[in-house]
Design a protein around this ligand. Structure first.
Ligand SMILES: Nc1ncnc2c1ncn2[C@@H]1O[C@H](COP(=O)(O)OP(=O)(O)OP(=O)(O)O)[C@@H](O)[C@H]1O
Length: 860
């Protein structure tokens, strides 16, 4: 007989083993001191539990064995298809080759998927009441969300009508009954969405833990605890402590895991939101924004592979976050069509990981830089190297344009709006006009037709003169973004272009508005003050005059802006028609195949299409079908412009948390974001539960939130560990104290330890921690974004927040006052919310710790 115990109505869950392991989370069933008889009773109950648990695991194992038998059949089928396809290749007619290519491709994709060893291929199950109608969907499951009338009898009993197993991909039995439903299929939605308040047809939700082909355990949630439900005549049993808590309690590694088996209802709504226009998601630290964004990418590909063949771009703030998250999509069975890029790597050839000092970053990221670069692009032609006289021979006479005349011609050319490099034909034409005028030849003709003929000859003669061609090359050279950026390392040049004076420049929106005057005329509107120009120019001296050298993350957005301002020769646009097979459109079919390198497709043998495909890939790097922006609160206006260009025709998912923004000028960034996303309609979602931090850590972080964003509601921490944050004070040398606390944290947790230091101390911190192993990492405060560790050591909150004087170059976050001070507190908030288990705060003198070591900023 199955054992069934009802637990709190509030939780709406029942646990078979409430007498034992489940009690810590269910205060309504406290562990009472037990007498001997009670203990005996408990022992026999426990034995029963164990046998029910074993039986349930055995049943799931049988199901999993059946699934693998079916998968093996499919693998044999795929191998047969591959074999057959390679024989067709020997026939050699174009029709046979095309057919073979399609077959190779389909079989390869299939084989590749099936061969992938998922740790938990099958992870879920739902037991359902009969549906309100008897309709079945394409995956063989009933489509109705609501139960049929009368499915629950008046005495509170009901029969389970359908059991669905949920996994990483769908598997149908030979007779088309669903053995496993893909987690993204509509039929799997109730697995994530059902709650005790709105259970729909779901009576029991089960998470199955397996490794390879072995089922290790099951965890159940009872969604309708008031029912006595039977499956095949036997009462439904309920096992385990709950999958979510089990997942959250696991030690962390340096790679994010997928959450496919425990996605929560509010997260599922975001993942499955229709991809129309812009989906905006806000939520505090640890609410699963990054996880949800990545699962959404997998969901969108599943829903509409053809549409998203144009690529999905995930924009991440740092390379660290890219490498932390990049395993999630492959674990969900999706690779190839999703590019995860750090902001510093969005431009081809750039791979920036260096950070500018905050006051420099603030100027480089600001929208006024667009104006500065516009002027720079146009004034870069007028360098000292440009020739200042043009001499040609026309009608056997010498014709000459002097410096003033050439300047006039350049201004005329630049009055157009095209990108500078694309104005070269216009420059050529205006030069010829000026030479014709100067030669006086036009005045000799009264007949316009004759004049036009003579002019045509004149243009041809002059244009083919070597002297004219080399003049044009030197006078209107092709400019590269890197070179123009490097030209701003010259402080005088930058100050002139930016109209810099010693008076402070107006920041934000107003700074660049209203003026049409150009730097070339020397009366330009002021876009920077003298100090700003000096600091920005100095930061660019890392580059040589060709712009080669280490770029900062903020330089990359400037390069992208210049790329557009300067222009590149247009490429022929074409869509990916020659790589489509049947219903699906894919990148390169051969990339999907496993162990089949010896086979080539007809497309591969054709050099033209190979080139076209390479061009297509290059083109796709700047134009995606869907753009996902993670940590969106941190994009500067210039970065929004850069990202916006990559999704001009895209749908968007934008996730972020204003309370974690390290950008001081939030209004300016909001405007840039609006501009990047255009007038597309927005759909907003909020995530409210913090899955990362235990309540004890969240509570401390909330104090900083109250300072940084007064009135903002923090997310609710889902669990509590009873471990309060530790406060320590540096007594001697900072490095020794950091090392000691890091060692202590390493001893306390099994997984990772993150040591968050002010940006300027990154280098030192790595040395302090040398030799402690790869479980511990040192991070600058801005690098901690999005990451998490089992234990975190936060070093000098005041210095991280920038509330102390910055003596370390890149140091504190908010040294520029006003918005900068608030931004600094938000950076501290990020640092304090990285720990999944333990947090230590190490204070130095500027933190003004009290007798308990609690720094001033973190006191109540
Ligand atoms: N439904 C879930 N089941 C299991 N784990 C979850 C779930 N949702 C989130 N998590 C875990 O919570 C942690 C935080 O998730 P994530 O990093 O996506 O949050 P975030 O909102 O992006 O945080 P931040 O804003 O601080 O970067 C991760 O370890 C993630 O795996």
């Amino acid at each position: 007989m199955a054992v069934r115990v009802r637990l709190t109505a509030a939780l709406g869950r029942a646990r078979e083993d409430a007498a034992g392991r489940g009690q810590a989370r269910h205060p309504s069933s406290p562990r009472a001191p037990r007498g001997l008889n009670q203990q005996k009773g408990a022992a026999s109950l426990a034995a029963q539990h164990d046998s029910v648990r074993e039986r349930e695991i055995r049943e799931e194992q049988e199901h999993l064995d059946g699934v693998y038998r079916r998968l093996e059949e499919k693998i044999h089928e795929a191998e047969f298809l591959m074999d057959d396809a390679s024989k067709r290749a020997q026939v050699g007619t174009p029709g046979a080759l095309a057919e073979r290519d399609a077959q190779v491709f389909r079989a390869g994709v299939h084989l590749n998927k099936l061969n992938r060893e998922f740790e938990d291929f099958l992870f879920g199950r739902i037991d359902l009441l009969p549906g309100a109608d008897a309709q079945r969907g394409p995956d063989g499951a009933y489509t109705s969300i609501e139960p049929a009338e009368g499915s629950v009898r008046p005495d509170g009993t009901a029969d389970i009508a359908e059991t669905l197993h949920v996994g990483r991909m769908g598997v149908l039995d030979a007779d088309y009954t669903p053995l496993v439903i893909d987690w993204r299929a509509p039929a799997a939605a109730p697995f994530y969405r059902a709650t005790p308040v709105a259970p729909g047809r779901v009576v029991r939700r089960r998470v199955i833990r397996s490794k390879g082909r072995t089922v290790l355990g099951v965890e159940d949630d009872l969604l309708r605890p008031e029912l006595t439900a039977r499956l095949d005549g036997r009462e439904l049993s309920v096992i385990g402590d709950g999958a979510l808590m089990a997942a959250l309690g696991r030690a962390r590694s340096h790679a994010m895991r997928d959450i496919v088996s425990s996605i929560q209802a509010e997260q599922d709504l975001v993942i499955r939101a229709p991809a129309a226009s812009v989906t905006e998601v806000e939520g505090g630290p640890g609410t699963g924004k990054t996880a949800v964004a990545l699962h959404r990418a997998a969901y969108l590909l599943y829903q509409d592979r053809r549409r998203y063949a144009g690529g999905i771009l995930v924009v991440s703030p740092t390379p660290l976050l890219v490498s932390y998250t990049e395993g999630v999509l492959p674990s969900l069975g999706e690779e190839g069509q999703v590019a995860i890029r750090a902001l510093g790597s969005l431009v081809e050839g750039a791979d920036a990981a260096t950070y500018d000092e905050q006051h420099v970053a603030r100027v480089k990221g600001s929208a006024r830089m667009a104006k500065v670069l516009h002027r720079a692009a146009r004034s870069s032609l007028a360098t000292g190297e440009a020739p200042d006289v043009l001499r040609v021979v026309a009608f056997r006479n010498r014709v000459e344009l002097d410096a003033a005349e050439l300047r006039h011609v350049r201004q005329q050319v630049l009055s157009g709006t095209a990108p500078v490099n694309l104005m070269r034909p216009r420059a050529r034409k205006f030069l010829l006009d000026a030479l014709w005028e100067k030669s006086g030849a036009g005045r000799r003709y009264t007949d316009p037709e004759l004049e036009a003929e003579a002019r045509e000859g004149f243009d041809e003669d002059i244009s083919s003169e070597d002297g004219f061609v080399s003049f044009l090359d030197a006078w209107w050279p092709e400019l590269t973004p890197r070179r123009v950026l490097a030209s701003l390392a010259d402080e005088e040049n930058l100050a002139r272009i930016a109209g810099a004076t010693s008076r402070p420049a107006r920041t934000g929106r107003t700074a660049g508005q209203g003026s049409t005057r150009t730097a070339g005329r020397g009366r330009s509107r002021r876009l920077m003050d003298a100090d700003e120009a000096k600091a920005v120019a100095a930061s660019l001296r890392r580059l040589d005059e060709d712009g080669q050298g280490p770029l900062s993350v903020h330089d990359v957005a400037l390069l992208d802006e210049l790329r557009v301002l300067l222009g590149t020769p247009p490429k022929p646009r074409r869509r990916e028609t020659d790589t489509s097979y049947g219903d699906a459109v894919w990148g390169d079919p051969m990339e999907q195949l496993t162990g089949l390198d010896e086979l080539t497709t007809a497309a591969d043998r054709d050099p033209t299409s190979r080139r076209e495909r390479a061009e297509l890939q290059a083109e796709e790097r700047t134009d995606y079908a869907h753009v996902i922006v993670d940590e969106a609160q941190d994009l500067t206006p210039m970065q929004w412009r850069m990202v916006g260009r990559r999704g001009r025709h895209a749908t968007w998912t934008v996730v972020g948390d204003p309370a974690q923004s390290s950008w001081p000028d939030t209004e300016e960034a909001a405007e840039a974001r609006t501009e990047a996303l255009g007038a597309r309609p927005r759909r907003r979602f909020e995530l409210t539960v913090n899955y990362r931090n235990p309540a004890e850590i969240a509570e401390l972080a909330d104090r900083v939130l109250a300072l940084a964003m007064p009135g903002m509601a923090p997310p609710k921490a889902v669990r509590s560990t009873g471990l309060r944050p530790r406060f320590a004070v540096v007594r001697g040398e900072l490095g020794a104290a950091v090392r000691e606390e890091a060692e202590r944290a390493l001893a306390e947790v099994d997984g990772t330890v993150g040591v968050v230091v002010p940006m300027g101390r990154r280098g030192e911190a790595r040395e302090w921690l040398a030799g402690l192993g790869d479980r511990v990492v040192a991070l600058g405060s801005l690098e901690a974004k999005g990451l998490e560790y089992d234990a975190t050591l936060v070093v000098s909150p005041a210095e991280i927040a920038g509330t102390t004087r910055d003596e370390h170059g890149e140091g504190g976050a908010g040294t520029t006052g006003g918005g900068g001070a608030m931004a600094g507190l938000r950076v501290l908030y990020v640092a304090l919310t990285r720990a999944t288990q333990r947090l230590t705060v190490l204070s130095a003198e500027p933190d003004l710790p009290d007798a308990d070591g609690v720094p001033e900023l973190l006191r109540d």
